[in-house]
Design a protein around this ligand. Structure first.
Ligand code: FES
Length: 165
């Protein structure tokens, strides 16, 4: 077993050696979207390692590639689904909310109140603050931040095409 600390919760937890950080977050009942199913391809499990980064398994090529697309990535960034706990002394900075995996997932939440901050997975920008109503404007905001979502957005926001007979 190994001890790790979650910040800013200031919480120490004991985990099995070789557990992924993702399993630790899920055991703590944190909402992690896992849009790629833990394959290291979506960045919805992005965390920062405040201390003990050498106590984790090294980054895989896939993790390095995915992190290279995230503008909020830092030298201490890790994908929780890829990083395994090998030694004691790890301190994780957990996200202040939940990363959204795609504009479609954000769309499915429209009309609801955000249970926590909803965060863009690439930039780390808060799209909807905790407690606020999730509006269509959040879709536009997400598309503004990352133009790769613009095509999806146009399909969502444009009225349906008229079919001529
Ligand atoms: S769950 Fe997708 S990168 Fe970790």
């Amino acid at each position: 077993m190994k001890q790790i600390k979650l910040q800013p919760l200031n919480k120490e937890v004991e985990v099995s050696t070789d557990s992924t950080l993702l399993s630790v977050l899920l055991e703590q009942e944190m909402n992690v979207l896992q849009a790629c199913g833990g394959q290291g391809r979506c960045a919805t499990c992005h965390v920062y390692i405040q201390d003990g980064k050498d106590s984790l398994s090294p980054k895989s090529e896939q993790e390095i590639l995915t992190l290279s697309f995230i503008t909020s990535s830092k030298v201490n960034s890790r994908l929780a689904c890829q990083a395994r706990v090998w030694q004691d002394g790890i301190v994780i900075e957990v996200p202040q909310g939940m990363y959204i995996g795609s504009i479609g997932e954000l769309k499915s939440l429209i009309g609801k109140r955000a249970q926590q901050n909803l965060i863009h997975p690439l930039t780390g920008e808060v799209l909807v603050e905790e407690g606020k109503l999730i509006l269509r404007s959040a879709l536009e905001k997400m598309a503004e931040i990352d133009s790769s979502f613009a095509t999806d957005l146009s399909q969502i926001l444009l009225p349906p095409k008229k079919v001529s007979v």
